[in-house]
Design a protein around this ligand. Structure first.
Ligand code: C2E
Ligand code: MG
Ligand code: MG
Ligand code: MG
Length: 286
């Protein structure tokens, strides 16, 4: 058919585009069904103090999709589509509520067992579109009230993408939620544009060092960059979480450089709610 048309490339190209558009539409329809049928779940990856006792401080909530035919999907398979279709706003709303609901019940169990114990936090990834919704701050407040999670046990992670879209609005929202005691993290720091003016103008509590720097930590250049980030954070009074610690050696180097907190497959993989939350009982009992 390509030959008959005399412009094979055009025909093939058009077909490919058509296929891609159809796939995207199918995925979007499936995402709508997933929201309706509650096919999402949260995994939790522990975040530790990089000290001798490796205290479990809290968890990052990471979304998974229990797809009816394709199995358990990582966000890489659907987050882009969710963002481009706007469905991320609904999905993100569910994540925030679910993460806080789960944390509240963990807190309750812990307090029953050990009154006055130090409570872990949950850190929730917020897409730019969700963060910039006019009702976002209100929604956070509502979830805190409804679940009873202490505001200082909720952390919200955003990437600089949100500041690129609207820095002024980002600052307003950060200020509003921080006024209630909610903590804020700048995720994947060091990648993308990483304008230092974001750090100057936006009230974050924590920097999360992108895992690409940790992965290449044997390279002196990467170590220099990590050292610079730690210095910067120290001067700006920000705490630092290193992401993607996959080996004891990477952990050791980070400890030596004075990095306070970390997460990664070496310390703890993302787990379903039950397994992740059982960890804290084991750890604190030990
Ligand atoms: P992120 O926020 O930077 O989350 C960390 C990602 O690194 C997670 O991938 C986690 O499983 C992975 N990871 C943790 N430790 C290691 C390690 O030692 N080595 C390696 N190679 N990877 C590690 P995951 O769960 O596939 O999530 C990918 C991204 O999807 C997240 O990156 C975040 O940007 C986004 N995401 C996840 N959950 C949500 C959500 O609920 N809402 C939104 N808007 N985005 C989400
Ligand atoms: Mg993954
Ligand atoms: Mg994150
Ligand atoms: Mg990250």
């Amino acid at each position: 058919e390509a030959k008959a048309s005399g412009s094979g490339h055009t025909v093939t190209f058009t077909d490919a585009l058509g296929t891609e558009a159809r796939n995207r539409m199918a995925l979007e329809r499936e995402l709508r069904e997933a929201i309706r049928d509650k096919q999402f779940l949260l995994f939790y990856q522990p975040i530790f103090a990089l000290t001798e006792d490796q205290r479990l401080m809290g968890y990052e909530a990471l979304i998974r999709w229990q797809h009816p035919t394709r199995g358990l999907l990582d966000p890489g398979a659907f987050i882009d589509a969710a963002e481009q279709s706007g469905l991320i706003v609904f999905i993100g709303d569910w994540v925030l509520r679910q993460g806080c609901t789960a944390l509240a019940s963990l807190h309750k169990r812990m307090v029953n067992k050990t009154p006055g114990c130090e409570l872990p936090f949950v850190s929730i990834n917020i897409a730019p579109q969700q963060f910039l919704q006019p009702s976002f701050a209100q929604q956070v407040q509502r979830v805190l009230i409804e679940t009873g999670v202490p505001s200082d046990c909720l952390r919200l992670e955003v990437t600089e993408g949100v500041a690129i879209i609207d820095a002024d609005r980002t600052r307003q929202v950060l200020e509003e939620i921080r006024a209630w005691g909610v903590r804020t993290s700048l995720d994947d720091f060091g990648t993308g544009y990483s304008s230092l003016s974001y750090l100057q103008n936006l009230p974050f509590d924590t920097l999360k060092i992108d895992r690409s720097f940790v992965a290449s930590i044997e390279d002196p250049k990467s170590r220099n960059i990590i050292r610079a980030i730690l210095d910067l954070a120290n001067n700006l009074n920000l705490s630092v979480v290193a992401e993607g610690i996959e080996s004891p050696e990477q952990g050791r180097v980070l400890v030596e450089m004075g990095c306070e907190f970390g997460q990664g497959f070496h310390l703890g993989v993302p787990l379903d709610e039950k397994s992740a939350f059982a960890l804290i009982d084991q750890r604190r009992a030990a």
